[in-house]
Unconditional design. Sequence first.
Length: 562
Amino acid sequence: MAAAVFIYGPALSAPFFFSDDAALVFSPALQAPVDWRSLATLFTPAARPEYYPIRDLSYMLDLHVLGGDPSAFRAHSLALHFLNSWLITRILRHFGVSSLLAALFGGAWCLWPAQAETVVWISSRRDLLALFFTLLSVLSYLRYQRTGSARFGALALLCFFLGLLGKVTYGLLPGSFILWCVLTRRRTDRWAIAAAVLGVFWLAWQAQFISSVHRNSISLPLLLRWQLSLAALGRMAAGLVHAKWIALDVETAGAWWLTGKRFFTFLGGGIWIAWMGGAWYAWRRARDGLLLALFLAVAAYAIYAGVLTELKSFYAGRYIVPAFTVLFVAGAVFWARFFREKSGGAALALAAGFLLVAAQTPRQVALWSSSIGASLHAVSLYPDNIALKSQLLAGFWNAGMPEQARALAVDIEGRCASQADVDGVDPCWFFYAHAKRVSEWTNQAPAAAHFETLLIGSMERRGWHSSRLWKFKRALRTGGGVEEAFRAWDEWQERKVLPEHRVLHWLGVCFVEGEGVARAVFQDFMSRRLIDKRAVDEALSEVRRKPPAGCYESFSGREIHQ
């Protein structure tokens, strides 16, 4: 713990970057007073564009208890990281790993370089919380298996649900519990079945929520197929190799296994050790070879899926942490048992090797202490990834570096002319959005209009309704008239009632074009019952109480008052 504080300490004073400011500082819902009404808003799906209530609740507590200092947010994330390391140590102890080895492996996991993004980037809080509640669920389920106490079974189910509220990554975790019961010829207990039903229900609800809020065509079969293709086989593998208690995103694990670049070479070595340890243990415990055959099939799938993920990789930490947790803990269990039979000194040497890898961690922490550093590092790993370069473009924009931003924009636009992603879809919309902002920032109106046209075209090729939203903005900005803007608005909203934060957002967009336009838009919304005046008045009263600084793109809290 002391070593982790020493390594992560310099990052505590880093500023907000990437989406931290939009998600935290500029969110009126999180700045509202902590009362029953504000808590109900956090846990009401329609009130927020993303539904991560556990994450948002932790942000709200940070804002009100610790203030808006980014160091307070990172200290909270670091504390969660410590708790996750401790839970991993407890799980290792349950599987017979000695106290010394469990502490060494838990410490190595805490200091592993791949964790830097999850701890330093505040927007990754949801990953820490989801992992925390999942590990707590695992530990509770293990105690239920040992004691038969219904109290631990209920606690495992509750923690599993809280983990789903943090992130849906571990939605198929109960599959490992059930599969383990089947393979060991135990009766499947009611808590595992209840958790499985809850997981499937939650996936179905997430499919409906994504479709309704983000207007993407997501169905339960599609979401289940995504879960199965990315995670389920690996999560089942956790049960197959007697590590029955934890989730695994095998696709991403395969990607980083195959990655041989810089510090991920060490990470790939650790995953390789875990897979080989798992294969050896599966061989020892296999019944009629079934266990080994299934395990090797999952390993082969990891290689195949890893190649695909390598092409699409965006951020490292948010996806590698679930996979790495499983593989690291499983490898620790497997090899600790192996060396316990052979040589205790060899086990200590293996743990020391894991700890040596942590020497790479300070460099990763330094990179993740600024948006430019993190983006530069990611671009160095994936020089052809347009999305990563676009994020670096935003970093230059935020840091006030126009020459670098313009040079990078020229480079990316050249790549966009000839590159498509693995699905054959134009991947450049992210770049066009950032390039438009950079052009506006550097007072290049023709370039901004050019990138806006490219952005709308890219979104239309993807079939995204957001293209109509951008048409609405352009109609106001270019003097196309309120009527043309309304037509674009109708296409996008399809006359559905708007949540309050969207009302304020679009009134603000209109206000930039003039008070008359804003009043006309407001009256039109009211006449067609697209908004509710009382809800708007309540939202405005909150803004007056504590004006957000620079929120909603381009207008200030003072202008919202008007």
